[in-house]
Design a protein. Structure first.
Length: 182
């Protein structure tokens, strides 16, 4: 059985200039089987076709919240109410598991200092471990996991790729590299 782990972050992973209004870094993962993902994708595309006549619209939370780009149509409260009703119903009726990591950057600095590991990498390692534990709890014997991570920037993506390769090479504190590679 194939599984997907979709990842996205909120907040910045820097430790030098902390935004006191949002002093945390959040990395959130959604785990879905391939079949559940295909079902969700079809449902989302039906919503897109209904409202825009095109399934290529990207559900980007910022654009939705601010009613920007394609989501200007949500300035009409009737359309907005219908959109949110369908979106919420689709999400509520889908099968997925959420795994997230939240790092309070001020507490982290007090404990480890500013020069310790990148908080994105720490959060990713945690989520990968918990994903392996989740997959251990499923009944299937032959499982494949695919990571889908939103692009961050050329330098950041290269650093992230190196971290993932390090995880596959040396594992984490709780998960051996062999378990990550199988």
């Amino acid at each position: 059985m194939d599984y997907y782990l979709f990842l996205d972050e909120s907040g910045d992973n820097g430790l030098k200039n902390i935004d006191l209004n949002f002093p945390v870094f959040v990395l959130c993962g959604i785990i879905m089987s391939k079949d559940d993902y295909q079902s969700l994708r079809i449902s989302f595309n039906e919503i897109k076709q209904k409202l825009w006549g095109d399934s290529k619209v990207i559900f980007h939370s910022r654009d939705i919240r601010k009613c920007e780009k394609e989501f200007k149509i949500l300035l009409d409260n009737e359309i907005k109410a219908g959109f949110y009703k369908e979106l919420n119903s689709t999400i509520s009726n889908s099968d997925y598991t959420v795994i997230s990591s939240i790092i309070d950057k001020e507490r982290y600095i007090k404990k480890y200092g500013k020069l310790r590991n990148d908080v994105y990498e720490i959060a990713l390692s945690f989520i990968v471990e918990r994903t392996i534990f989740f997959l251990d709890s499923t009944a299937e014997q032959d499982k494949n996991l695919y990571l889908i991570i939103e692009k961050r920037g050329k330098k950041e993506d290269a650093k992230l790729k190196n971290h993932i390769n390090d995880l596959l090479r040396i594992g984490t504190y709780y998960v051996s590299p062999e378990r990550l590679r199988t």
